[in-house]
Design a protein around this ligand. Structure first.
Ligand code: FES
Length: 79
């Protein structure tokens, strides 16, 4: 899973939780650069995703699955 803090504040909208499996050929996403989630080092295909999971650059054509973030006090839960 990829968990990114998008903004300050401990509210669910401040976080993005996405699958770490690339929708192109199933490789594990390798990093975060320039505001994009990158599938690079292990497969070398270079797809990039926006923090909402949509595809920013192919070859992937399908968005990443999103998880739900909940916050209760100081506890963040992803389901
Ligand atoms: S498996 Fe991610 S770009 Fe190919």
């Amino acid at each position: 899973m990829v968990l990114i803090r998008l903004a300050t504040g401990n509210v669910p909208a401040s976080f993005a939780a996405l699958t770490s499996t690339c929708t192109h050929q199933g490789c594990t996403l390798s990093g975060y650069s320039g505001g994009k989630i990158v599938c690079g080092s292990s497969c070398g295909h270079g797809s990039q995703y926006n923090t909402d999971g949509t595809v920013a650059m192919g070859p992937a054509t399908v968005a990443l699955a999103k998880y739900t973030v909940a916050i209760n006090g100081n506890t963040l839960t992803v389901t």
